[in-house]
Unconditional design. Sequence first.
Length: 164
Amino acid sequence: MDIAEVKKLYMYNDWANARILQTAEQVSAAQLIAPTTHSHGDLRNTLIHTLNAEWTWRVRWQGVSPTTVLSAADLPTLQAIRVRWQTEEQHMWAFLDTLHPADLVRMITYTTTKGVQSAQPLWQLLLHVVLHGMQHRSEMAAMLTAYGYSPGDIDFIVFVREQG
């Protein structure tokens, strides 16, 4: 994996997130917080969890291990989530734009929010964020589709084809 490939994956990540967020604007406030059987309970919490993962991992890569996570109290509305995500995208791209090839194999040492210390090479963590987002976007796509608002195809190849 090289820097250009990492950036392509993050372009896809942003594109897929945008499709989910745009589709989520169609649901009612009640649907946003309606209980589901998915892993984070409802659409809003799944959005927040996915955003939180992007933020948490980025700041870990920059040497800070957060001790708390974002919650519905922090981001009570879809608009609040969207604004925070736009800010996070800007910070993520500022970080990605600093990367050099040697950074990809650099070990990142961090502490989880449960106090567990761990370390992995940066390339694995960068890939994890995109794949983690894919898992939860799939759940959100299922929720949205159940409400009658499919986000359409969010496959990587669809993104690549749209980019030309």
